[in-house]
Design a protein around this ligand. Structure first.
Ligand code: ADP
Ligand code: MG
Length: 424
């Protein structure tokens, strides 16, 4: 009942990477219990790979024959996808490799991308198994959209690609300190937040950013912009093929919305890079080869901030968070307006002086995306294309997509729509 079958010419081949230790250590059981049957019913052939150690997925993806693979799906938290994306970007053929559609099945304790992707599909909020079913269903449907990536430079000249967040201060501390509570699942972030609130501290540093130039708002009834009308960017996973199976009912009883491909909220923002600095520094690898994509908005980390950037006056922070998806965790709707391919880094920072209760209020309001309406004078939100953060405090933590990276000066810029992801 409720299923429309279409002809199968060539089935899509999916590689599913599972981190058996993610979340409560049940990712594999969750896969066999909730997803396997769905994939079998939808006739999606897949290869299951169980990761054996950290960076296993990264090495595997770096060397894999991707011509045999129509999608790379990870069943874990955000950390494993971070490995996969960086593995793809380390390949000589990165430009092609990063076109491989990426899927996420929430199996970790930090499932921010899964929560975001579910949110973009206009479904009512879902958690745990319900979120997993929603993501499994999207995988069966096989619609593909574009996703921004952010290129991140560290002091050691290492360069990373990030799909979710860059955090310093309170959020980074909670990210890392709460890893020891991974066995409790997604609630680890609430526990970590409460623990960190007790030892709230201030972090000294300098922050600067390149703001997004908002298009001037035109009076109603005035001339239309010369941009083409926005069209949905969805493609099918095996784009040249008819879909295998498109059940027209969602397994998620609560989601009564239609899962069709004509959502209007996946439009690519085609802002050309405004304020691009003119001297381009090609990324050079150790072997002297030029490695694209170039970060045309970023000067060297040792170079001064360009004039077109905004330098934040305050130098005492409680947190700095750059996020480019809607959700920071399953129950933290941090960037309410964010879309996967909006071409924007949503930059939040909280300045020193905020009280513990006020900070807690912000995080509690974030569950429903209400933190910006709290009227908190310490919370600042900017849409940016690039940023630089120079910590002055000798100690602290910086995380990228929830993973700890080298502490020190860091800068980042957006690459609109660089990756492809399976969406609803
Ligand atoms: P969680 O949301 O539970 O933290 P992640 O997907 O973020 O789950 O994974 C946590 C960490 O485990 C990441 O740093 C990831 O690179 C690493 N990892 C991946 N596979 C393995 C493995 N087989 N054993 C140990 N660590 C792994
Ligand atoms: Mg993680």
């Amino acid at each position: 009942e409720g299923a429309v079958y279409a002809e199968v010419r060539r089935p899509c081949r999916v590689m599913i990477l599972v981190n058996p230790h993610s979340g409560r250590g049940q990712a594999l059981q969750l896969f066999t219990g909730h997803v396997q049957g769905m994939l079998t019913e939808a006739a999606v052939p897949y290869t299951l790979v169980i990761t054996e150690h950290q960076n296993h997925a990264r090495e595997l993806v770096r060397k894999a024959d991707l011509s045999q693979c129509d999608a790379l799906v990870i069943m874990s938290g955000d950390g494993l996808l971070f490995e996969v994306i960086n593995g793809l970007m380390e390949r000589e053929d990165w430009q092609e490799a990063i076109q491989t559609p990426l899927g996420i099945l929430p199996g970790g304790s930090g499932n921010a991308l899964a929560a975001s992707v579910h949110h973009y599909s206009q479904s009512p909020p879902a958690w745990n198994e319900e979120l997993l079913l929603s993501c499994g269903f999207m995988l069966c449907k096989g619609l593909v959209g574009s996703m921004d990536l952010v290129s991140i430079h560290l002091a050691s000249r290492q360069r990373l690609f990030s799909f979710l967040s860059l955090a310093w201060g309170f959020v980074a501390d909670v990210d890392i300190e709460s890893e020891k509570y991974r066995h409790v699942g997604a609630i680890r972030f609430l526990m970590g937040t409460l623990v960190r609130l007790a030892s709230l501290r201030v972090y000294q540093g300098r922050l600067a950013y390149l703001p997004v130039k908002e298009a001037p708002t035109l009076p109603i009834g005035s001339i239309k912009s010369n941009q083409p009308p926005s069209t949905p960017q969805h493609q099918s996973l095996c784009s040249s093929l008819p879909c295998r199976l498109i059940p027209n009912t969602s397994p998620n009883q609560n989601s009564r919305h239609n899962h069709n491909s004509t959502n209007s909220n996946h439009n690519t923002l085609t802002n050309s890079s405004n304020n691009a600095i003119t001297t381009k520094r090609p990324e050079t690898q150790s072997d002297g080869k030029t490695r694209a994509p170039e970060d045309s908005l970023l000067p060297g980390l040792d170079q001064p901030i360009p004039d077109s950037w905004t330098v934040v006056k305050e130098e005492d922070f409680v947190l700095v968070l750059a996020i480019y998806q809607s959700h920071l965790a399953e129950d933290l709707w941090t960037a309410p307006g964010a879309m996967a391919d909006d071409g924007v880094i949503h930059l939040f920072y909280v300045t020193a002086g905020i009280s513990r209760p006020a900070l807690l209020r912000l995080f509690l309001a974030m569950e429903k995306g209400g933190h910006l309406a709290c009227g908190c004078p310490h919370l600042v939100y900017e849409k940016v294309k690039a940023l630089r953060l120079e910590p002055v405090s000798p100690q602290g933590m910086i995380t990228v997509d929830g993973e700890m990276v080298e502490y020190g000066p860091v800068q980042a810029q957006i690459h609109p729509g660089l990756a492809k992801f399976i969406c609803g």
